[in-house]
Design a protein around this ligand. Structure first.
Ligand code: PLP
Length: 393
């Protein structure tokens, strides 16, 4: 059997070794505390589930018509983007997708060719480099500085732009970094990008999960001319605890959205019709559950930040968004006799029974990711174990 070159060059997730070992240990009855979750530890709010049940009862079980998404869902997306992000899209500029991931994949396939370059801020969400490679394009990684909370400066982005740059990936709040760009920082980057023929992929999956006095700005709102050069990605997944529903969306220039819809028609035919009704209910309905979840994440973020910085060899930037802490643990490598984040995570799992995600998966081998989408009791227990293993700062 000959497999395609395309699939052979696709990396298996670097997180797999640690997570499958953790699962095997749990199966043996070992009490492993996992910080691996990439989804909220809350259920989908009841009114959203009710909307899905009602849609099923009403017989909305056929193909979505059109495949690009039912009008009710597109209109709900338009109102959300106007109300919360100050962006005025028409329903025809919106595509409803199989989670945020399909939207990103369609955009990558529509905008990148072989030889093109996509600027990818490091640390990055795991699927970006793989999707870019599938399109045959070149990943141009630009590494964020810890002193700047791992956020890129406008100057760093300016230096990475070449005549072949077609796309800038921009993810705020960040998975795995847990940082959020301020409106001023977004505007400074937009000022650099606006002068070039570049489309910005603004991944705003965590826009509602921000903490402290952090403010959020959509990239498309940074300058009037960026509206026409930005794709705005979001989903029900993180905001409404709908990861398993696979409902996402993207809004952007008509000319790009219509091509992405063409590719969607030839591949998935879009996401489940009844789930699109649920997405509309999520976006139009009561937002109190989102705020309750946000407040709980905020409390956990504070706790994680304080506890992690009190551990020997660990420095942690304060999470201002999403539900991840991304500490630099390289100061503890020597004490554990390990070389990088993979060995570090394996050792911590073996000796302290705590599962972390190695930063190598996100392009930053000095760090590890800890999700705080798990109970406060688990967080306390896991951090106690980590502190016991590494010592107090
Ligand atoms: N983008 C980022 C930054 C994410 O963290 C995720 C999910 O982990 C996605 C996109 C994909 O989201 P979805 O589950 O809606 O496909």
């Amino acid at each position: 059997m000959k497999l395609s070159r395309r699939i052979q060059q696709l990396e298996e997730s670097a997180t797999l070794a640690v997570s499958s070992k953790a699962a095997a240990m749990q199966k043996q009855g070992i009490d492993v505390v996992s910080f691996g979750a990439g989804e909220p530890d809350f259920g989908t709010p009841q009114h959203i589930k009710d909307a899905c049940t009602a849609a099923l009862a009403a017989g909305h079980t056929g193909y979505a018509k059109p495949a690009s998404g039912i009008l009710a869902a597109k209109e709900a997306v338009c109102s959300k983007l106007k109300r919360e992000n100050g962006l005025e899209y028409k329903p025809s500029q919106v595509l409803i997708t199989v989670g945020g991931k399909e939207a990103l994949f369609l955009a990558t396939m529509c905008l990148l060719d072989e030889g093109d370059e996509a600027i990818l801020p490091v640390p990055y969400w795991v699927s970006y480099p793989e999707q870019i490679k599938l399109a045959g394009a070149k990943v141009v990684p630009v590494v964020g500085d810890e002193a700047h909370s791992y956020k890129l400066t406008a100057d760093q982005i300016a230096k990475a732009i070449t005549p072949r740059t077609r796309v800038l990936i921009f993810n705020s709040p960040s998975n795995p970094g847990g940082f959020t760009y301020s409106p001023e920082e977004v505007k400074a980057i937009a000022d650099v990008v606006a002068a070039h023929d570049i489309i910005v992929f603004s991944d705003e999956m965590y826009d509602r999960l921000i903490y402290g006095n952090q403010r959020f700005m959509s990239f498309a709102a940074a300058r009037p001319d960026m509206f026409e050069k930005t794709l705005t990605f979001n989903a029900g997944s993180k905001t409404y605890s709908m990861t398993g529903w696979r409902v996402g969306y993207v809004a952007g220039p008509q000319a790009i959205i219509s091509q992405m819809a063409k590719l969607q028609r030839q591949t998935t035919s879009g996401t489940a019709t009844f789930n699109q009704h649920a997405l509309a209910a999520a976006l139009n309905g009561d937002q109190a559950p989102v705020e309750a979840m946000r407040r709980e994440f905020e409390r956990r973020a504070e706790y994680m930040h304080q506890r992690l910085n009190a551990i020997k060899g660990v420095t942690c930037v304060k999470p201002t968004g999403a539900f991840y802490a991304f500490p630099n643990v390289s100061g503890a490598f020597a004490a554990l006799g390990v070389k990088g984040s993979l060995e570090f995570s394996a050792k911590v799992l073996e000796e302290a029974h705590v599962a972390l995600v190695p930063g190598a998966a996100f392009g930053m081998d000095t760090n590890v990711r800890l999700s705080f989408a798990t109970s406060m009791d688990n967080i306390r227990k896991g951090l106690d174990r980590l502190e016991q293993l590494l010592g107090k700062a």
